[in-house]
Ligand binder design. Structure first.
Ligand SMILES: NC(=O)c1ccc[n+]([C@@H]2O[C@H](COP(=O)([O-])OP(=O)(O)OC[C@H]3O[C@@H](n4cnc5c(N)ncnc54)[C@H](O)[C@@H]3O)[C@@H](O)[C@H]2O)c1
Length: 332
């Protein structure tokens, strides 16, 4: 039993992790979150106050970070600017948080000699061709496409350097695309689910052939706990659940599960530089650390996610109109 500092714990995957930790361990949690447009204190509502404390602040604030590192046993770093589309319009916050923020945390991990786990994405590896049978492994060369993925790649390399140069006790995980509750409506799956719930036709970028390797956020959380517990310092672990689906199939499945005709969607302008396919080979995590995903059935996980958005409109409704206005201004 110990205390974890979870950066970005009011965001999508970070809040899922906090819920998971409270349910499956005896740890207490301090969340450090700037509560940007993507952070939402309501994602932590109802959790026991004697086990979770939310500190509103910036991971690039060295004094605050120093104070918090002195109060915890380990750190799990989720905080990031995370949306590719935003990074194409205004890259600067991505550099501030993903690069300078991660650097600030690493310096504190070094000073306080704290166990540090860095959360990253498979997007650092670039993309694969649709007809390429290959999947990403821990040995795939970095080849990021967007300002988002290049700043995440940069943050991964900083972590590796702080392990090698300063002996920081860090591990890294690169995960595929997550779905589940508490995801901001700007992102693909919640945007389409909430469009259907609002009676708006879903929007598909381009032809919708792009393939993503979907994993439920709760499985991401169990993988991270496994790495915190058993991971080897300095190692990188890929997290994935064999969930490859093209975007068109996902939209059609959302419509089918919502009782709508499966062709009731519109094609819109594609994202600039849109990565074609991501696919994760998570053999190392499964064989060396013994992790397995719980949500093997994408359709069942998606159905549960649709139900969550239907039942939690008060959580997502305040952001919906602004997001749709933004996309409309881009013809998307
Ligand atoms: N969403 C995915 O499918 C996915 C897949 C693999 C990896 N990841 C990684 O997982 C992490 C979390 O992603 P997410 O989808 O939950 O993102 P998110 O945008 O939903 O949440 C990010 C959180 O970080 C907070 N934050 C942003 N800047 C901050 C700062 N300077 N200081 C403190 N807090 C700050 C935000 O307020 C928000 O709560 C990111 O590192 C992302 O790269 C995401």
């Amino acid at each position: 039993m110990g205390t974890l500092l979870v950066t970005g714990g009011a965001g999508f995957i970070g809040s899922n992790f906090v819920h998971h930790v409270l349910e499956h361990t005896d740890h207490t949690v301090i969340v450090l979150d700037k509560l940007t447009y993507a952070g939402n204190a309501a994602s932590l509502a109802g959790l026991p106050e004697d086990r979770v404390r939310l500190v509103e602040g910036d991971i690039a604030d060295a004094a605050l970070v120093d104070e918090l590192f002195g109060q915890v046993d380990a750190v799990v770093h989720y905080a990031a600017e995370s949306h590719n589309d935003n990074s194409l319009h205004d890259p600067r916050p991505f550099l501030d948080t993903n690069i300078i923020g991660t650097y600030t945390l690493l310096e504190a991990a070094r000073k306080h000699d704290k166990r540090f786990h860095h959360i990253s994405t498979d997007e650092v590896y670039g993309d694969l061709e649709l007809d390429d049978p290959a999947r990403f492994t821990e040995d795939t060369p970095y080849n990021p496409s967007s300002p988002y993925s290049s700043t995440k790649a940069g943050s991964d390399l900083l972590v590796r350097a702080w392990v090698r140069s300063f002996g920081v006790k860090a591990t890294i995980s690169n995960c595929s695309n997550n779905y589940g509750p508490y995801q901001h409506v700007e992102k693909f799956i919640p945007r389409q689910i909430t469009n259907v719930l609002r009676g708006i036709r879903p929007k598909l970028y381009g032809k919708g052939e792009n393939v993503r390797d979907w994993i439920h956020a709760d499985d991401h959380s169990s993988a991270v706990l496994t790495i915190l517990d058993k991971g080897v310092i300095g190692e990188t672990y890929l997290i994935g659940a064999d969930g490859e689906k093209d975007n068109k199939s996902v939209v059609e499945l959302i419509l089918a599960l919502s009782g709508q005709p499966t062709d009731a969607y519109d094609h819109v302008t594609d994202r600039a530089g849109h990565d074609m396919r991501y696919a994760i080979d998570s053999t190392k995590l499964r064989t060396e650390l013994g992790w397995t995903p719980r949500y093997q059935d994408f359709e069942a996980g998606l159905k549960a996610t649709i139900d969550w958005y239907r039942e939690n409109e008060t959580w997502w409704a305040p952001a919906k109109d602004g997001v749709e206005a933004f996309y409309a201004s881009k013809g998307q």
